[in-house]
Design a protein around this ligand. Structure first.
Ligand code: UDX
Length: 459
């Protein structure tokens, strides 16, 4: 099949690469020349400057110039195309609605080019990035208004998690395809032939609107699950003596009907999708007069959860942040990424600065640079108090408290490094429950405060 992906962000580039690996003729299109040049180079450094996903560079190297091509000239690549995948950024507006400016601009330029194509074969325009329910229909309207002929619209949402996007795209749990007619379903079955009738992968064919809704419901369900554990499970561990949150999770999730993912209590879930998608779904449902109380609660629990441990440090551990130096370890929203979007660390650092800390010693194995962009001192002079370090040990040195804000493996079982670097009185705030051997620390007079447990201090 001849496929065009529009937009070379992490969704578009991964999709293009994985489709080229199956042997389709893939043209990854973007208006940004710098990106096209970087990807066409086949070199790790320029590619990873834009999208850093394990395994991605290898696929690009293998298929570049054979089944994978990059272009910023849509007209030059349009003839003979079977499917165009829309992989565009869809940020949030202030009111929670989805901003379709980039999407609409791309759709308009595609429509202009398609209206002029010579080859009149059936072509499907597929929404891959998350867009509000009804956007496939909206896309159909744009195409029709330009007189495009013999096309269909479809929704085929991505369910990739950052850091495992290539593996997820090669072996998804399910492929959801929403089309209006059999002709279009056939085109997409040919694109995804390796997943149709797969033993373990569910291939789901439905309407475009249902496919769009599946993505929103899946992400809001995941955040609601996380928020249930943070808002109920963690609170039981924090307030009921002798309740062990880890055993609680094991006991509950051993029920086959209840999943494990999402039950690991934390200082809130971050990343680019959850907040944006739940806000957008709330906006879409309010417009049809549906109560969104439950979704709002999930969102609020998650936001509150991000800074809650700092409030607990004051009320439960009697810690005074004023003029203290606090190390913040793990800046990205999770391990294996430099992505700072909606990262809990942003709220943590802002809260600490608001409480008058003297300095913040920040460390992340991958995200120091992206964090420095987020905490730009020209936007807020307080950000000058943030210093970045190349290792956790260096960041801890000279601090009176530390906050673990992501699940980087190197923080697991970290107590030895802490003991060897700083002396009590010292407060360890563990937002990800990364230090299972906290008893060691407490026995050496450190104070340990984790999400899901009561404060533990020396006798
Ligand atoms: C997620 C979903 O997995 C994906 O299917 C969806 O389309 C987009 O969002 P991603 O954002 O890359 O993917 O990260 P993921 O690893 O799934 O975790 C999201 C957040 O939840 C992270 O901040 C993570 O630390 C947090 N989390 C996850 C918890 O707090 N507890 C858990 O048990 C699991």
């Amino acid at each position: 099949m001849k496929i065009i992906t529009v937009g070379t962000g992490y969704v578009g580039l991964v999709h293009a690469a994985v489709c080229s690996e199956y042997g389709h003729e893939v043209h990854a299109y973007d208006i940004d020349r710098e990106k096209i040049d970087a990807f066409s180079s086949g070199l790790s450094e320029p590619i990873e400057k834009f999208v850093n996903e394990p395994g991605l560079v290898n696929i690009i190297r293998e298929t570049l110039g054979k089944s994978l091509h990059f272009s910023d000239d849509l007209e030059a690549i349009i003839e003979g195309t079977d499917a165009i995948f829309m992989c565009l950024p869809t940020p949030s507006n202030i009111d929670g609605s989805t901003n379709l400016t980039f999407y609409d601009a791309a759709a308009e330029s595609i429509a202009e080019v398609l209206a002029k194509r010579k080859d009149k074969r059936r072509l499907v325009l597929v929404n891959k990035s998350t867009v509000p329910i009804g956007t496939a229909r909206h896309l159909e309207g744009i195409m029709k208004s330009h007189g495009v002929e013999n096309f269909g619209v479809a929704s085929n949402p991505e369910f990739l998690a950052e850091g495992t996007a290539v593996a997820d795209a090669r072996r998804p749990d399910r492929v959801v395809v929403g089309c209006d007619c059999e002709e279009d379903f056939t085109i997409l079955r040919r694109v995804y032939s390796q997943f149709v009738h797969h033993v373990r992968i569910k291939y789901i064919q439905t309407t475009p609107e249902t496919a769009e809704a599946i993505k929103y419901v899946a992400n809001t369900m995941l955040l609601t699950y996380i928020s249930f554990w943070n808002g109920v499970g963690a609170k039981i561990g924090e307030n009921m003596p002798n309740v062990n949150i880890d055993d609680l999770r094991l006991g509950v999730t051993s029920d086959d009907r209840i999943s494990t993912w999402g039950s690991f209590v934390s200082n809130g879930a971050g990343g680019s999708c959850f907040g944006k998608d739940i806000s957008s779904l709330i906006y879409q449902l309010r417009r049809v007069n549906v109560s969104t109380k439950m979704l709002e609660a999930s969102f609020e629990v998650n936001e509150h959860q991000k800074v809650y441990l700092i409030d607990r440090a004051i009320t439960e551990a009697d810690f005074k942040f004023n003029n203290k130096t606090v190390a913040v370890l793990g800046l990205a929203f999770k391990k294996h990424t430099n992505d700072m979007r909606d990262a809990s660390s942003i709220k943590v650092i802002e809260s600490l600065l608001g409480k008058g800390v003297a300095a913040i010693h920040a460390y992340d194995p991958l995200a120091n640079e992206t964090a420095a962009d987020v905490f730009d001192p020209s936007k807020n002079a307080l950000f000058e108090k943030i210093k970045y370090f190349d290792s956790a040990k260096e960041a801890i040195t000279g601090s009176q408290a530390l906050f673990v804000s992501s699940d980087c493996e190197e923080f697991r079982g970290f107590s030895r490094t802490i003991e060897d670097t700083v002396s009590p009185p010292y407060l360890v705030m563990d937002g990800r429950r990364m230090i299972p051997d906290y008893n060691e620390l407490v026995s050496k007079s450190f104070t340990y405060l984790a999400v899901g447990s009561m404060v533990m201090r020396p006798d």
